[in-house]
Design a protein around this ligand. Structure first.
Ligand code: ARG
Length: 564
């Protein structure tokens, strides 16, 4: 049931000589106030065509529009406001949700096409930061959104496992580290060594030379260097996996930067064959002046390859491996220039598919207004954030529902859900300041609020002893509170489409919040369990809300406990 479509068709019947159906659909508005109806059609655009003023047109055209869905019309100045037949619409919407359940809102857009999503991608030997959490949860949610519209997402963790920093780390480890300390608490110890390297190097620049030398050795396959690197990588990945496990996120590939070490020669050759490389003080660059971009640095004067070169190799590899419909890179906006360059270099090399590459940037997280920097050791440890959130959730459960079975499991679902939801509920480009107190808020527009609302709806169904509905029943509902819920359910496929079009999980999060809020208003005002001719329809509405809230949460990567 797409009532906007049906109203547009009814208007089109009257105006088919003047406007296309799609134009009419795009003109339709959702009035801010319910007193102005459910759908409104502004007539300004017709003034020129009709050589009349819009209010007059609204009068004349409004008169003749009719549809079985329309309860009444109201002409206000240049607007035709439509009030829909609540019973008819609610019954049609609820039938659909009851029949389709969690498939409600699925769209046939992608034809199964592959979409590799470069996400998370932390740097090994460093703690995973809040920035990497953003990339992880935004990437995961986009993967779910793409899947819902019939693409095949491929989650790729492009680990930062190569680069000069590993020369520094090896240097620091050999000077100040021990195997025992690293084994005890790998990331903390590796971070300590990394930070120490930079503090000492401030006074002793020769340390930097030593770091470069060790990286050189690593690139040349020196066994000691390779062994240390492999070990650091393994220990780091083990630590990262603890976080991924808690977030319930798995990857289809963890090919990081090092994976492309033997695939870069091909890239350099392609660029060379196309005469795109030019020398710049011994280094090789691709000039990008016509794109208004700085030149892309492909190879340093000492022959060392760079982040960009590895990303070029990765892009080619992904195109060859997945023949992607789109390729997404969920990476902070501070790397926007890098991805513009990446696309421009591929374009210069005549790879038309470079247009299908999309950088999905997101805003910066600051702490006390300042940027977080690993070098200075100023990081928020993600694991600690998750721990704190879940122990806070446990405390709340102990207070409110001490009898709950599996308290620890539910507390983890709620705590982790709070962190993930907090990250996804704002437009992804917004910057925000990180305070743990705010993240673990359970009141207001939060993940736990949505989870709690759904659990409450589940308990209503439980009390009523129903868990499934016959879609051939009639589910007509006529009150205002049901109507607000019905409208949000009806919008769901459009919401999914908008989230997909804009690469924006926050659209799903906002839908979840609005649906939870309007459901709570419904529940406070409508007596669901009382004997009433609308009882079955009311229960069907409760059921539909549990299904759609659960699907919203699933798309965001947040669990939906049945009880909490
Ligand atoms: N490891 C990088 C960082 O932490 C992010 C990598 C993003 N992906 C890519 N293909 N460049 O900044």
């Amino acid at each position: 049931m797409d009532y906007k479509q049906i109203i547009a068709e009814a208007i089109h019947e009257q105006l088919h000589e003047n406007l296309e159906l799609n134009e009419i659909k795009n003109l339709l508005e959702k009035p801010k106030h319910t007193d102005h109806g459910d759908v409104a059609f502004p007539t300004f655009q017709l003034a020129k065509l009709f050589r009349k003023n819009p209010a007059q047109i609204a009068q004349e055209v409004g008169e003749s529009i009719s549809s079985p869905l329309i309860d009444r019309k109201q002409i206000v100045g240049p607007y035709i406001n439509f009030f829909l037949k609540k019973e008819t619409v609610s019954s049609a919407v609820l039938k659909e949700v009851v029949a389709e359940k969690n498939n409600f809102g699925n769209l046939k857009i992608g034809n199964g096409g592959n979409v590799p999503i470069d996400m998370s991608s932390p740097n090994i030997a460093k703690p995973m930061s809040m920035g990497h959490l953003r990339s992880t949860v935004i990437g995961n949610s986009l993967a779910n959104i793409f899947e819902k519209v019939d693409y095949t997402p491929i989650r790729i963790n492009h680990l930062g496992d190569w680069g000069t920093q590993f020369g520094k780390l090896i240097t620091a480890y050999k000077k100040w580290g021990s195997e025992e300390d690293v084994r005890k608490d790998p990331i903390k110890e590796l971070l300590r060594l990394y930070v120490k390297f930079h503090t000492v190097a401030e006074d002793d620049p020769s340390l930097e030379d030593e770091g470069r030398l060790w990286f050189r050795k690593l690139e040349d396959g020196n066994p000691e260097a390779v062994e240390l690197w492999t070990w650091f990588r393994e220990e780091s990945l083990n630590e990262f996996n603890k976080v991924y496990d808690r977030l319930n996120i798995t990857f289809d590939s963890t090919n990081g930067e090092a994976f492309y070490n033997d695939k870069m020669e091909e890239v350099v050759n392609i660029l060379d064959d196309k005469h795109l490389l030019s020398a710049d003080q011994g280094a090789h660059i691709v000039d990008l002046e016509k794109y208004d971009l700085n030149p892309a640095l492909i190879m340093k004067s000492d022959g060392a390859t760079l982040y960009m070169t590895r990303d070029l190799a990765a892009a080619l590899y992904r195109k060859n491996t997945y023949d992607f419909a789109q390729a997404l890179y969920v990476v902070g906006q501070e790397q926007s220039n890098h991805f513009k360059q990446l696309k421009a270099v591929l374009k210069e090399a005549d790879f038309e598919w470079s247009d299908d590459i999309h950088h999905i940037p997101f805003g910066l997280i600051t702490k006390d207004g300042k940027k977080l920097s690993t070098r200075k050791g100023k990081v928020v440890l993600l694991e600690e954030v998750l721990n704190e959130a879940s122990s806070l959730a446990l405390k709340q459960i102990e207070e409110k529902n001490p009898e709950l079975p599996n308290k620890e499991t539910v507390a983890e679902q709620v705590g982790v859900g709070a962190v993930v939801f907090h990250d996804l509920k704002n437009d992804r480009l917004n910057n925000f300041d990180f305070t743990i107190e705010e993240v673990v808020q359970f009141e207001g527009e939060t993940g736990p609020y949505v989870q709690y609302t759904r659990a409450r709806a589940m308990s209503i169904l439980n009390k009523a002893g129903v868990s499934d509905f016959d879609a051939s029943n009639d589910f007509g509902l006529s009150d205002e509170y049901s109507w607000e819920v019905i409208k949000l359910l009806q919008e769901y496929p459009h919401t999914v489409k908008r989230a997909f079009d804009n690469y924006e999980p926050s659209i799903i999060a906002k839908h979840a919040i609005h649906l939870a809020q309007s459901f709570n208003r419904f529940y406070a005002n409508v007596r669901v369990l009382d004997e009433h001719e609308e009882k079955d329809a009311r229960l069907a509405l409760v059921f539909a809300v549990t299904e759609v809230l659960k699907e919203d949460l699933r798309i965001l990567g947040v669990e939906a406990p049945n009880e909490m």
